[in-house]
Write a protein that binds this ligand. Structure first.
Ligand SMILES: Cc1cc2nc3c(=O)[nH]c(=O)nc-3n(C[C@H](O)[C@H](O)[C@H](O)COP(=O)(O)OP(=O)(O)OC[C@H]3O[C@@H](n4cnc5c(N)ncnc54)[C@H](O)[C@@H]3O)c2cc1C
Ligand code: FES
Ligand code: FES
Length: 1334
């Protein structure tokens, strides 16, 4: 084979020449590890999160223009960039030179919290502006559809970027802004309520001259790109890069088995994640014939290598200029393309690749087949035409093309006058999600009649390949398009579409129901069209037409309001003002450093975990001999290498770092391979052979744990009143249960660390993304058998934590530290997304079984609830999480007789752990379900029942006898309902429901009381260390960790107020166990409370020392005072400490002061569901939140919005699947869906309650991190109300079960109708399910 070619491309305006470029290397690793550009992030490695977004520019020699488009660097093979220019976040602006306006605006609009998604967001927006300097909001929405953010809830990002759409009004008039005329008006009156969180006046203007120009050298090069192919040889794979079609065909003839790659979005994930390594790959992206588009009389011929974005553009242009009749098929195709993946993938993925991947989950083939497309296929033997139909796809991943054939182009015909077409898809999430089922349908009629001449229906997602329901398509031909055709079609479809019971991805019943429901929609669409043409008299009542409406994805918008600080407060005092996150600009420019951005230490190694593949088994043997012979491998570590203890005790419950004799879940760490690079470590880890002897019992679900009586201790119980007696006396009693699935943290930054041995007396530095530095230090010391004083943990920032980086990261650090100790070299651990999801687990699934006694007016007399959580295989924090669920079980309600029992089930799943809300969202969910059900049984609006049961007295006691005043809670509730216009909208919802049969709306509101602080009192402490340097600058250290919540910003605001110096003179470098020891975790919404109190204490100490000097030298500056203090030998360093309240619960008595204080709030959401598909749209949400006197309203609103959206995920779309053998099946962004932009309510209003005080916490503020998650449940309850409306219409008036999350599948199947009934009768319930509810 030919000698290696030089790879030439540009990165940020600099020419890069690589001599022996590896075809397996993707751009992301090149940028991060070779070019030192760490601004581009790894979030998932599979194209599913957008954290790695960069802009690629290429000169198109045919169009003679430069094309700019975004790509996911994690899937882009670096060698395919030959001749391209790459721009990363570092290439567009920096804090050192000049910011790009995109970077400035996302930062100043508070669109960056942890910042890990921010560079990707910036690059998506930047690329949009390169192509369209004044975009529409819809353009922005489309551009960001492929970027996930786990922190912000997206609204602030959109708000920041919307400022590019045109001139906007400026910031708040009272807060320094120039022209926000109406920002401080309530009901038309001037007030101290402000609606502007940032000012737009001083934004940098968009200046195209700031942009890097496309390198002229590349234009010349592109013009010359023909002739000889390029060859890139790697260790395992060679990639050939031909420029001529003839050469491509020769190569294909010579190497028929070699995959042809263009976008690499199918082959890439296979190579990166599934161990597929073909020896030869042919890259066809530069063969111009494959990219050509030609319009003809009958339609368009699109080159197979055209990207989906260019197809979308062609279709869009055609729809705009051609007659509607001709372009119906294009409109249908567009509908699919708009929801297909995200912008970056559509830019990379090609039409040919989508079809020839032969994956029925992919959307194009079903639509194109229904449209009657033809493929032009070429080989050395010539060209032939092939119909794109189900026969092209004999099996999954296979086509009937010969291996030496190349797809040249696809002919997509115009629709004919009597042809009606449609495309459908339904997925877990409306965008950036593979469809469960997709379909293309085409009906042709005899001219001037409603007589069917031909019918083509193609389904994807209901089998291993495309499915054409033959009988349905054949037997209806010749008939009139009337009701009787519909019922026959449904019966035929039922027989024709046989969804295999073990179908990959499960949901067999639902998928089959979707097939019939899609056809029903098509039937109606066609009938309406025929009627319009005057050839049909099929009449539908107007309410039935709602079946035809599709949901639009909107960019979220809304109002945020907060109370201004008093006018008497000095302007220099930042407390209470909406300051930008301290490192937002660094995050937006890619300068902010996360643990994996730190440069490698000399001799650094990489570790890759070897985990158990069995759920419960004895380890018979671990054989690493093969792995140790692999290139680059240095060692294998396991339990026997641990110099100290191999287990940690957590409140007397042991957990091993490395499994020693037995494994108790799939995913448990058994050992780890240490090698020179991450790829080498990964490859070798796959070669470690572990032999097991399976053990009994093995079970995974709560139900099975109950059967086996497998529980962790302690079991908890709390009771108020006499529940048994009250239940006996109650007018009505309801017994039911509610199940809630778990949740994956999906912080965008996966877990990891760098352990650096210092070579002296066991010292080790650990640079780690942890929420609990002290615990990590403790476990590393324990594993290494050294004192904690030898271990320093450094935490700069986390790319999101949400409770997932408290416990598990400490064990991971211990494992990595053992490897560093053994090798004497620095060891880096950075979990792949899949391993992160497998090993570190997430939020506990909960089952709440209850009996509730109530009277017909909705008054609840008694409730008896037993909570079961699935704790997994070790206790971790499960019992504390259960405590929190129990302590929150009363929520806002004074239920006089209330009993809760909490039982943590021990199963053979990875151990569940803390997650934002810490049991609160589950505990609250059960009680709110009870309220919802009671209302339904009484035929009352749920809000009325909530109202009459609410705590109302000024002094109330929780069920655990903690006194509190519910005044602020009632205010939040009343204000929320008022601001939401609840009563009026409830009536509007009812009116909507009575005039729409297939779409239903629901509206629901919940109040909330949430305990702040740790119920384990010893955790309620905070410490800080403040140094003032001679130049007047201040360095603050504290024990909290910055993970996006803005703890550092609030700490700086606090220090600024006390010291009277500007925030710009105060710096927080990192959290380090060497500076502040024994700190509590940043958790329980208490981090900021504790830390700011400690910072305040330290600063006050310093001010007390400085006060005499300041009084003496009043006219001097801060700098001068500090300097003088130094010469007067006044110590300029102080520690601060906050001893929080002695919270505790006496579980024997079931009572105690569990929390420091309560945060209150209320939320109201409205949704619309599609009863035929289960899709739903979040229409509007209003939140009123009591945060006391906010220290920083921008950060607090950010926490509310971000928490709420995370809750929307928890209660509606995020679903983890386990196989019947306990294997986690959802291990990546492609399988697990967190909310994307399309899931945020179109209108999201957040109001921070005014005139709220909190005597307990720093500057009268309140903790806010956790409470808003529960507000996501309003969407669940609104969905449930909408389903109930649909069911009522079909005569189903009783209660019905709905598990959380309320996924599309659950919504559809709960909206029972003739179609679900048809399918259910057919189902084989005995079949082994694809996944189990654990
Ligand atoms: C995160 C993510 C989300 C996605 N979401 C969706 C979605 O919602 N809906 C959907 O439909 N798809 C989705 N996809 C799939 C995506 O659309 C396809 O992967 C893409 O269209 C394949 O095109 P490609 O050029 O990248 O293929 P490549 O990976 O380059 O190649 C794929 C296959 O096609 C063959 N091939 C390609 N071109 C030719 C040709 N001209 N002649 C012969 N063989 C050829 C190759 O040999 C190879 O086997 C998603 C992918 C990702 C990564
Ligand atoms: S890391 Fe590339 S898309 Fe997630
Ligand atoms: S700010 Fe978006 S993921 Fe954290």
């Amino acid at each position: 084979m030919s000698s290696p070619s030089e790879l030439i491309f540009f990165v940020n305006g600099r020419k890069v020449v690589v001599k022996n470029a590896d075809p397996e290397e993707v751009l992301l690793s090149f940028l991060r590890r070779k070019a030192g550009l760490t601004g581009t992030k790894y979030g998932c490695g599979g194209g599913g999160c957008g954290a790695c977004t960069v802009m690629v520019s290429r000169y198109d020699r045919h169009q003679e223009k430069v094309q700019h488009y975004t790509v996911n660097a994690c899937l882009q093979p670096v060698v395919t960039l030959h001749g391209a220019a790459v721009v990363t976040v570092e290439g567009i602006g920096s804090t050192k030179t000049k910011l790009h306006p995109v970077q400035e605006r996302i930062a100043k609009a508070h669109g960056s919290q942890c910042g890990f998604c921010t560079p990707g967001m910036v690059m998506s927006m930047y690329t949009l502006l390169r192509n369209k300097p004044q975009p529409s909001v819809e353009d922005i929405r489309e551009a960001l559809g492929g970027n996930l953010c786990r922190c912000t809830g997206y609204r602030p990002i959109i708000d920041g970027f919307k400022t590019f759409c045109g001139r906007e009004t400026s910031g708040c008039c009272q807060n320094g802004g120039g022209g926000g005329e109406t920002c401080c008006e309530e009901n038309g009156e001037k007030s101290d309520i402000c609606r502007e969180l940032f000012q737009k006046d001083d934004f940098l203007p968009l200046d195209p001259s700031q942009d890097l120009i496309f390198p002229p050298e590349l234009m010349l090069m592109e013009r010359k790109l023909k002739g000889d192919a390029l060859y890139f040889h790697g260790e395992r794979v060679t990639l050939v890069f031909p420029f001529e079609l003839s050469h491509l065909l020769e190569l294909k003839a010579e190497h028929p088995a070699a995959p042809l790659v263009v976008g690499n979005t199918t082959i890439g994930p296979k190579m990166l994640l599934k161990g597929f390594h073909p020896p030869l790959v042919i890259y066809a992206g530069e063969v111009s014939e494959l990219r050509a588009v030609a319009w003809g009389e009958n339609g368009v011929t699109v080159g197979a290598a055209c990207s989906l974005s260019s197809l979308q553009k062609e279709m869009q242009d055609a729809v705009e200029v051609l007659e509607e009749e001709k372009t119906r098929g294009y409109e249908a195709l567009l509908q699919t393309l708009r929801c297909l993946a995200g912008k970056q993938i559509r830019n990379m993925a090609t039409v040919g690749g989508n079809i020839l991947s032969a994956n029925p989950k992919y959307d194009l083939s079903s639509v194109l087949a229904a449209l009657g497309c033809t493929l032009h296929v070429v080989s050395k033997d010539g060209m032939r035409s092939v119909s794109l139909d189900e026969k092209l796809f004999p099996a999954f991943g296979e086509t009937s093309l010969r291996p030496d054939e190349v797809l040249l182009s696809i002919v997509i015909p115009f629709t004919k006058p009597w042809e009606i077409v449609a495309a459908y898809r339904q997925a877990q999430r409306r965008e950036l999600s593979f469809s469960f089922v997709n379909a293309g349908m085409r009906a042709t009629f005899r001219e001037g009649t409603d007589t069917l001449e031909s019918l083509s229906i193609i389904y994807g997602g209901v089998g291993s390949t495309l499915v054409k329901p033959k009988r349905t398509c054949q037997e209806l031909v010749g008939r009139s398009w009337r009701e009787d055709l519909l019922s026959d079609a449904c019966s035929f479809l039922k027989e024709d579409v046989l969804v295999p019971l073990n179908i990959h991805g499960g949901r067999g019943e639902y998928r089959k129901t979707l097939c019939i429901s899609f056809f029903f929609k098509f039937f109606m669409q066609v009938a309406v069209e025929l009627k319009r043409k005057g050839v049909s008299d099929v009449d539908f009542p107007p309410e039935d037409l709602s079946a035809l409406r599709t949901f639009r994805n909107d960019a979220p918008q809304g109002r945020q309001s907060f109370q201004l600080v008093s006018e008497a407060q000095p302007r220099s005092d930042p407390v209470g003002r909406p300051s930008m996150h301290q490192s937002a600009l660094e995050q937006a420019t890619g300068e902010a450093k996360y643990y994996d951005d730190l440069p490698s230490v000399q001799g650094e190694l990489f570790i890759f975990m070897v985990t158990s593949s069995r759920a419960h088994a004895k380890i018979l043997n671990i054989d690493a001999s093969d792995a140790l012979t692999m290139p680059g491998v240095v060692t294998f570590v396991s339990a026997e290498d641990v110099p100290g203890e191999n287990r940690r005790l957590w409140f007397n419950n042991p957990e091993e770092f490395f499994a020693e004799e037995e494994v108790i879940c799939v995913g448990q760490i058994i050992g780890a391979v240490v090698a020179g690079s991450r790829e080498e470590a990964k490859r070798a880890a796959q070669r470690v052979r572990v032999s097991y002897q399976d053990l009994e019992p093995v079970f995974f679900t709560i139900q099975d744990a109950i059967k086996h009586e497998s529980f962790f201790e302690p079991k908890r119980r709390v009771e108020r009143g006499d529940v048994d007696a009250a239940l006996k006396e109650a007018e009505r009693v309801l017994e039911d249960e509610i199940y809630m699935g778990g949740q994956e943290h999906f912080y965008l930054e996966t877990q990891g660390l760098i352990a650096v041995p210092r070579g002296e007396r066991g010292e080790m530095d650990v640079f780690v993304a942890t929420q609990h530095a002290a615990f990590t230090q403790e476990l590393v010391a324990l594993a290494l058998g050294v004192d904690s004083n030898k271990i320093s943990c450094h935490v700069k920032r986390l790319g999101g934590g949400f409770g997932g980086k408290v416990m598990k990261i400490a064990s991971l650090s211990a494992v990595t530290a053992v490897a560093a100790h053994k090798t004497g070299r620095a060891v880096r651990c950075c979990l792949d997304r899949g391993d992160d999801m497998l090993i570190t687990s997430g939020r506990h699934p909960f089952l709440g079984r209850y009996q509730v006694g109530f009277s017909s007016d909705g008054t609840i007399l008694a409730a008896d609830i037993t909570y079961y959580s699935n704790g997994g295989c070790t206790l971790d924090e499960s019992s504390f999480i259960m405590d929190k669920a129990l302590l929150h079980m009363d929520n806002a309600y004074r239920i006089p007789n209330l009993r809760g029992r909490g039982i943590v089930c021990k199963t053979f799943l990875p151990s569940y752990t803390a997650f934002r809300g810490f049991g609160g969202p589950q505990g609250l969910m059960v009680i709110e379900s009870i309220l919802h059900e009671v209302a339904a049984r009484c035929g009352l609006p749920a809000e009325k029942v909530r109202n009459i049961n609410m705590y109302r007295d000024q002094l109330c006691y929780t069920h655990h006898k903690q006194p509190f005043d519910p005044t602020l809670m009632i205010r939040c509730w009343d204000e929320c309902l008022h601001r939401a216009g609840y009563e009026e909208r409830l009536r509007a919802v009812q009116a909507f429901n009575s005039s729409n049969r297939w779409k239903k709306r629901g509206i629901a509101a919940v109040p909330q009381k949430f305990g702040i602080g740790f119920s384990k009192g010893f955790y309620n402490q905070g410490a800080a260390l403040v140094h003032i340097y001679k130049d007047g600058s201040v360095l603050v250290s504290h024990g909290g960790t910055e993970m996006g919540q803005g703890i550092n910003t609030k700490a700086v605001q606090t220090a600024s107020r006390v010291l009277g110096v500007p925030m710009s003179s105060i710096f927080i470098k990192e959290t380090c166990t060497g500076n502040v020891p024994n700190a509590a975790p940043s958790a329980a919404s208490f981090g900021t409370d504790a830390v700011c109190m400690a910072v305040k204490d330290a600063c006050e100490k310093l001010m007390r020392r400085l006060r005499p000097l300041v009084d003496r030298k009043r006219g001097d500056s801060w700098k001068q005072w500090v300097c003088d203090a130094y010469f007067e030998k006044i110590s300029l360093s102080a520690t601060g400490f906050f001893m929080g309240p002695p919270t505790c619960v006496d579980w024997e008595k079931g009572e105690g002061q569990a929390y420091y204080y309560f945060s209150f709030g209320a939320c109201c959401s409205e949704v619309e569901i599609d009863c035929l598909t289960g899709d739903h749209k979040n229409i509007r949400t209003d939140i009123v939140m009591d945060v006391g006197k906010s220290i920083n309203p921008a950060l607090d609103v950010g926490q509310v919005e971000g928490g709420f959206v995370q809750g929307v995920g928890l209660y509606t779309i995020e679903e983890l699947h386990f196989s019947a053998d306990g294997v986690l099946l959802t291990r990546g962004a492609s399988q697990y869906k967190i909310p994307a932009l399309c899931d945020v309510p179109a209108e999201l209003n957040v109001h921070l309650l005014a005139d709220a005080e909190n005597p307990h916490a720093i500057y009268s503020s309140k903790g806010i991190g956790e409470p808003p998650v529960f507000f996501g449940s309003t969407v669940f309850f609104a969905i449930k109300a909408a389903i109930a409306a649909a069911r009522r219409e079909r005569g189903l008036t009783g209660g019905f079960p709905l598990r959380a999350p309320a996924t599309a599948e659950r919504i559809r199947m709960a909206c029972e109708d003739q179609f679900t009934e048809m399918v259910r009768k057919d189902s084989d319930l005995k079949a082994k399910p694809w996944s189990i509810d654990v």
